[in-house]
Each structure stands twice: as C-alpha cells, then as structure tokens.
Design a protein around this ligand. Sequence first.
Ligand code: TRP
Ligand code: SF4
Length: 335
Amino acid sequence: MRPRVLSGMRPTGALHLGHYHGALKNWVRLQQDHDCFFFVADWHALTTHYQEREVIERNVYDMVVDWLAAGVDPDRATLFIQSRLPEHAELFTLLAMGTPLSWLERVPSYKHLIATQPDRDLATYGFLGYPLLQAADILIYKAQFVPVGEDQAAHVEITREVARRFNHLYGRLRGSDIPVLPEPATLHTDTARFPGLDGEKMSKSTGNTIDMREAPEQVTQKIRRMPTDPQRVRRGDAGDPARCPVWPLHQIYSSDDTRAWAHQGCTSAGIGCLDCKQPLIEAILREQDPWRERAERYLANPKQVHWIVEIGTERARTVAKQTMKDVREAMGLNY
Ligand code: TRP
Ligand code: SF4
C-alpha cells in the first residue's frame, strides 16, 4: 500500500509559476509512489471570499485544468472538490465540540490576516474555524503526509493536536491499538520563495505573476518589461546582478554557462538587459509548452475534466464515509 498523501488548494485564480514550483511540481513527484488525494478547497476559499462567490465558481475547474496541465495524473491521484463531500463538514462539527477556542485564536495566520486585510471582514466564525476545517480535511482521509509550505505548517500542527485529543477522549479503533484518527506528518515543501516580476515573492495579490498558462507573447512582454539593476541606467553602464530582480530567475532557469555569460556581460556592460533576458524568456516558454499542450486537450474536452473530478469525488467519498463510521462509533453516535 502506498502511503497516503493529502493536500488542497484554494481556488482563488489562475495558478502561476510560484504555485508550480512551490507546490504542484512536488505533487507530480509524490504521485509516483504515494496514494495522493488532491482537492479543491472551495469552502476554505469562502472563509475569506464569501462576498465573491462567482470568483470561486469560475476558478474551480480552471484550477483542476492547471493541475492536469502541470502533470498531475488522474490515473494515479484522486482529484476532488471539498464541497461535494459533506462528510468534511460533519467531521468539522464533531471536532469543534472539544477543540479549545485558544488553539484557533493563537494560529499566527489568524491575527495576521485579520490585521492585514482591513477591506475584508474576517471577524467571522468561519474564518476562525479555518484550521479546524483543514484538520477535518486531513483526518477524514487518515492521511499520513501533508505536503504544505511554511505558511500552512501551523495548521498541520493543530491537526495533530486535534487528532491526539480525539484519540485520547474517544479511544482506539474497535479495541485495537490503531488510533481512530492517525496523526499526519508534515511534508515540508521547499517554498524557497519564487521570485516575481519585481523581484519580490510571486503572488497574485501584488500583481507580479506569470501564470502557468499565460500566452507566450504576454510572457515575453512581461519579462522584457521587468525592472533591472536600478544603477544600470544606460546600455554602456556596467551592472551588478546582485541588485537586479532578473538575476534570481537566472538562478532558477539558467545553466551554469548561461549564468556565467550573463554575469560577465552585465558587469562589463558587454550585453544589454534585453540580451540577458532572452534565455529566460526561452526557458520559461519551454517550461510552459507541455502545460499548454495538456491544457488544450482538456479544454477541448471539458466533459473529461468533469469526469475526472466525478470519479475522484466518489473515490474520496468511499474513504470519508468509512472514517465517519469509525468516528461516530467512537463518539457513541451509532444509535
Ligand atoms: N489552507 C490551505 C491553503 O490555503 C488549503 C487547504 C485546505 C489544505 N485544506 C487543506 C492544504 C488540507 C492541505 C491539507 O493553501
Ligand atoms: Fe539585470 Fe541582466 Fe541587466 Fe544585469 S544585464 S542588470 S543581470 S537584466
């Protein structure tokens, strides 16, 4: 039996290169030798975007297409949509009974987001419960591993505490020594921040992204317009890659030779910035080629995408139902 992995993403817009390098690439790798469950966390998106429901609706299948484009293989991984499985909500409710409020209030992202998103009213019950809903997502599949970035580590930690408390209060599986809700382990994804067009972390909120399926002309333009070393004003000025937002992309996409060429050309004013950017444009377009190709096939056949999700949802439901049976029995709710 392959160890089970579970992860989810909120459908908040087209996925970009940062999502690919920070998460999807890892999913594609994990599916080789793990039993992967990947789901669209649409309820989680509603905790913050409850006033923008049409955004979420549009993004759900779009995001699944991005996953498939990246190489997530529906024959290896189970793909589904959270809101199609009310079992998640049932487990969330049952776990809520014994979860101390303080565990949720002390999650770092909670206070931080409330403080930094003044245009959204996040003083809601749903938003406070966000990590507990995530715990239900994870525990209902008895996942062994949860691949997440640094920002989500606290949520997996709460999940472990919630599981421990549940097992302590309600015991083990039918007299065995198997816990009803096994504690998952975090698989830390190296989210070594992927640089955006301005050199800051690539993020939708700052508008410095290149989308996975962005049109080649647009990708080319975006990179050509990227700011460079602010002290390299004229073509004849020597530059310093250490000051240049383009350089981190060379560190990701370029061979040693290309990097040496760019470094030498920059510091001696031997090349212009557009010359320097050209190999990056080519590398990114080359990386995107297979994504575009796969996406085109799926977009030409939306029914197939729906089918993939349908099959995944039913597969997930089988597991979720069994766990809920165990949970109800453990809590004395099987009357
Ligand atoms: N909170 C996660 C995010 O914003 C999405 C998510 C919801 C998730 N449930 C999950 C991730 C369960 C891993 C496991 O990225
Ligand atoms: Fe940046 Fe390259 Fe221009 Fe140097 S030559 S400033 S590294 S874009």
